[in-house]
Design a protein around this ligand. Structure first.
Ligand code: BGC
Length: 384
């Protein structure tokens, strides 16, 4: 097994913050550049959409000003060859017309809210229902379908984009004017960090996340069932027929949901049982052992044995929605012209638990005036 210096650096959370001689060497090998912008397409109302490119430490990230979408994410394999490991389209029209949230910046609320309804400070709010009887990913026009103001930055060894927008009071049924700022950073060693910030002028609920579909062998290269996943979570939240958490925190021990030791994603996916049948595979929230943390803490390692690409994730969040692309059905043609079929990618959405506003026992997603919502997630790339 080859262990690159990236692997060594990513070995512990401490390696994330430290700037070492090796970081500097990595940065030198693949120099940092100020982000660049080009035209990507035009919306029906005439709005121009930009494609931003950010490069650092061997990683290249492309982001749309529409939806804050991660259009592509290129990282090297064990031989140094780059591949785009994020699913997407090669044109704006398809993102707008049929994207299943490819790379989307999800808000105001990641995953489902039962019946699109919740009660806060004595008021009941009704959200648009866009997933059967429930509201999914912030409603029909969530943050993944909105224009964002994008500001590039280069600060010391880091470079990236600051995305901001003001979501007006009542947008998609949610209370409060929500001022949102999301920073995508590439570090000197090519890690991708997301920092989310939001403030409100009325009590509201917020649960922001990124809906990138990963395939570490490259988008359009086939199934991710051979990728191995190690996930530090002893419990998950089972769902009802509408994929709403029942409220139970079930133990993963002895079930297909146990990824506490590295396991190929496809190994138990056909085991049956109500949970896997309902969701057509994995599409559940895991209760991260580390709980809420003030700085990003280790939660998982995803490995593609064929390319040797490894992605570790660190987050401040208490939950992870792990979704195995169950609804990809071969009808979408991706960025490089290949069709995406069931299991051709997976999403790892660090966030609070689905339907939290209706489960007082779940960690709270309430944001009040005078406080700032702050969460961060790091994707750290290496090879083996
Ligand atoms: C959800 C899936 C949903 C998908 C949409 C995931 O976050 O958990 O149920 O189908 O997003 O692409």
């Amino acid at each position: 097994m080859k262990t690159s210096r990236r692997t060594v650096l990513a070995a512990g959370a401490a390696g994330l913050a430290a700037t070492t001689a090796l970081d500097a060497a990595t940065a030198q090998a693949a120099p940092r550049r100020h982000p660049t912008r080009k035209h990507f397409g035009t919306l029906a109302d005439g709005t121009a959409v930009d494609l931003w490119t950010v490069s650092n430490g061997g990683t290249r990230l492309q982001v749309l000003s529409w939806g804050g979408v991660i259009h592509s994410l290129e990282v090297p394999d064990r031989d140094g060859h780059l591949a785009n490991i994020a699913l997407g389209f090669d044109n704006l029209a398809e993102y707008v017309a049929k994207s299943p949230y490819f790379g989307g910046l999800i808000g105001r609320f990641g995953n489902r809210i039962a019946a699109g309804r919740f009660t806060l400070a004595g008021h009941t709010y009704q959200l648009p229902l866009n997933d059967g009887a429930n509201s999914l990913h912030g409603g029909t026009q969530g943050f993944d379908k909105r224009m964002w103001q994008v500001e590039p930055f280069t600060r010391g060894p880091e470079t990236g984009l600051i995305l901001s927008r003001v979501s007006p009071d009542g947008e998609m049924g949610y209370p409060g004017t929500l001022k949102v700022r999301v920073t995508y950073t590439l570090t000197a060693r090519g890690d991708w960090r997301i920092d989310y910030e939001a403030t409100t002028d009325r009590p509201t609920v917020v649960n922001l996340t990124s809906h990138t579909y990963f395939n570490l062998a490259g988008e359009g290269s086939g199934s991710i069932y051979d990728h191995t996943l190690e996930l530090a979570a002893a419990r998950y939240t089972p769902v009802d027929a509408g994929l709403i958490p029942t409220g139970e925190l079930a133990r993963v021990a002895g079930t297909p949901f146990d990824f506490r030791r590295p396991k190929p994603i496809g190994r138990d996916i056909r085991e049956g049982g109500a949970q896997l049948v309902r969701a057509k595979g994995f599409d559940h929230n895991w209760v991260l052992d580390k709980g809420i943390s003030t700085s990003p803490a280790y939660i998982l390692t995803l490995t593609d044995p064929s390319s040797g690409r490894v992605m570790r994730m660190y987050t401040t969040e208490p939950g992870l929605q792990f979704y195995t692309g169950n609804f990809l059905d071969g009808t979408l043609e991706g960025t490089s012209g290949r069709t995406y079929r069931q299991g051709d990618a997976l999403c790892l959405e660090a966030q609070h638990f689905p339907d939290s506003p209706n489960h007082p026992s779940f960690p709270s997603t309430v944001l009040r005036p005078g406080t700032t919502y702050r969460t961060s997630t790091v994707h750290s790339f290496s090879t083996r």
